[in-house]
Ligand binder design. Structure first.
Ligand SMILES: [Zn+2]
Ligand SMILES: [Zn+2]
Length: 62
């Protein structure tokens, strides 16, 4: 499969929050992503706060 960002051949995937679906992403583009410390999913770094995705953050706040 091809990286959805730069079209390079890749075997890696990340979870795309906006479409709620996994998309192919190469290791290079993957550096824009971080892993949530709670659920272990890959998210855009801008969506992570304190290493947590917004889903986990909501459940932590309760
Ligand atoms: Zn890429
Ligand atoms: Zn999470």
């Amino acid at each position: 499969m091809k990286c959805s960002n730069c079209s390079a051949e890749t075997k890696s995937r990340v979870f795309e929050v906006n479409i709620c679906k996994e998309i192919p992403l190469c290791d290079k583009c993957k550096s824009d992503f971080g892993k949530c410390i709670i659920c272990g999913e890959n998210w855009y770094k801008q969506d992570l706060k304190n290493g947590m995705c917004h889903n986990c953050m909501e459940s932590e706040e309760k």
